[in-house]
Design a protein around this ligand. Structure first.
Ligand SMILES: *Cc1c(COP(=O)(O)O)cnc(C)c1O
Length: 444
């Protein structure tokens, strides 16, 4: 399997390099040279395949021999070891629950798969590999859980002191073993700046093996395509068109849906649901892409003003046109045919959380609620469709807001309750690069 940079197709790397490097040097994003269709026999027989078998066939088709079958099976069995069940709300609306992993958000799929791939490609190296991650909360928890106890790999997480939720902090600081948390006396941007400086520090890099686990790594995208097929499998006995509605921030999840579509998933339409950070829905309206600073909302994992995967979406619709470079107009038209965009504010989101609880007795988190609203708006114009909303996080992750909106305490799953008894272990760190560097040299 070969991948190119979205900024320059002549930059070509193999899967291993794309996984370890994360980003091409020209700051583009890695994309596979080919996105082949799944064999027809697989598409026809989805209902007889388990979730992990589906994942195996997708990665085998995409990776084209980069990893032998038996090893690939093991990677998937370890990474995808929790379900993605469908819950039916009514005749037209379904919820795909993506929060059954260790950090209770869909990012577990990407983080766990990336951890297994890195561990696989890292075999035979004598020197330990250290993953540096800066987190504003959610990603760090998924990455920590994904790499926990992975042989040969250590994870150092930098998080801004006092700026993550109590629950997120527990997820970052209580695992131990190969996971170390650094509590930085600064903001998320300061954490990110420290990590960037370490990567630019050639002398440090000659002494240590460091890599990143950022969200635009191609290995985080691939497993997210698995659950689109898994969802389709669970509702496919239908004559109506299937639409997927994706609560979006950086648009990795939606891009993974496009990957699934290119591999043969019969999707009628994708719906991009955003909060007031509506750069993509407004681009779909008028063809003008205008990134801007993000606004804080209730669905804060979607507070993104310049979605990092937009370049991949553009690339997919450029490729779709075939020969030559399509005009911006062509890309916009192609995207508009397949993706509808909607955005909602916090007040509408809260009303939806309450409405879904009162009507269906279903607890949906604020991100999923934005998705529900978008699907509902779409289906008012397209009544003969079946819609699947991706529920990206467990509602208990947002307990305070949920309790307030619902008007009573919502239940918390056992594995979250257990976290509160665990003891935080974190090393304090200033925003000064020299002290971070000294710590790395002494501890790696
Ligand atoms: C990260 C995240 C999103 C946004 O996903 P993207 O792939 O960045 O669009 C939505 N909901 C939750 C709960 C998330 O953690």
């Amino acid at each position: 399997m070969q991948l190119y940079s979205t900024k320059n197709r002549d930059i070509q790397v193999d899967l291993k390099q794309a996984v370890f490097q994360g980003l091409p040097e020209d700051n583009g994003l890695f994309m596979p040279n080919d996105i082949p269709r799944l064999p027809q026999s697989i598409l026809d027989n989805l209902s007889h395949l388990s979730f992990s078998e589906i994942g195996f066939h997708i990665s085998k088709t995409l990776f084209q021999g980069a990893i032998p079958d038996q090893d690939l099976k093991e990677i998937i069995d370890k990474a995808i070891n929790f379900p993605a069940p469908i819950v039916q709300l009514d005749d037209q609306k379904y919820i795909l629950e993506l929060f059954h992993g260790p950090s209770l958000a869909f990012k577990d799929f990407g983080a766990r798969f990336m951890a297994q791939l890195m561990s696989y490609f890292n075999r035979g190296e004598d020197q330990e590999l250290t993953i540096l991650v800066a987190t504003s909360g959610d990603t760090g928890g998924a990455v920590a859980a994904g790499f926990h106890k992975t042989p040969g790999i250590r994870v150092v997480i930098l998080y801004p002191s006092g700026k993550v939720s109590a629950l997120q902090e527990k997820q970052l600081t209580t695992l131990g073993h190969n996971i170390t948390a650094l509590e930085v006396d600064g903001t998320f941007d300061d954490c990110q700046a420290l990590v960037k400086q370490a990567f630019l520090d050639q002398e440090l890099r000659s002494k240590t093996r460091i890599s990143s686990a950022n969200s635009i790594n191609i290995s985080r995208l691939v497993p997210q395509s698995f659950y689109y097929f898994e969802a389709y499998k669970q509702v496919q006995k239908t004559t109506e068109d299937i639409v997927f509605c994706i609560p979006s921030g950086n648009f990795g999840n939606l891009t993974a849906g496009l990957l699934a579509y290119k591999m043969g998933l019969p999707v009628h339409q994708f719906i991009a649901a955003t909060n007031r950070n509506d750069v993509v829905p407004s681009y779909l309206q008028d063809g003008d892409y205008q990134p801007r600073p993000s606004i804080r909302t209730l669905s804060n994992a979607m507070d993104v003003g310049n979605p990092s995967n937009f370049a991949r979406m553009v690339d997919i619709f450029s490729a779709a046109k075939g020969k030559g470079i399509p005009s911006d107009q062509g890309i916009w038209e192609g995207m508009n045919k397949l993706i509808s965009g909607f955005s909602f504010n916090d007040q509408e989101t809260e009303q939806a959380v309450k409405y879904i609880f009162d009507t269906y007795n279903y607890l949906i988190d604020p991100h999923g609620a934005v998705g529900y609203l978008a699907l509902d708006a779409y289906q008012k114009q397209h009544p003969n469709t079946k819609g699947i909303v991706l529920e990206t996080a467990h509602p208990a992750k947002f307990k305070e807001d949920m309790d307030r909106v619902i008007g009573k305490e919502i239940p918390v799953p056992e594995r979250l309750l257990a976290l509160s008894d665990r003891v935080k272990e974190a090393t304090s760190m200033s925003i000064d690069y020299t002290s971070f560097r000294t710590w790395l040299i002494e501890n790696l």
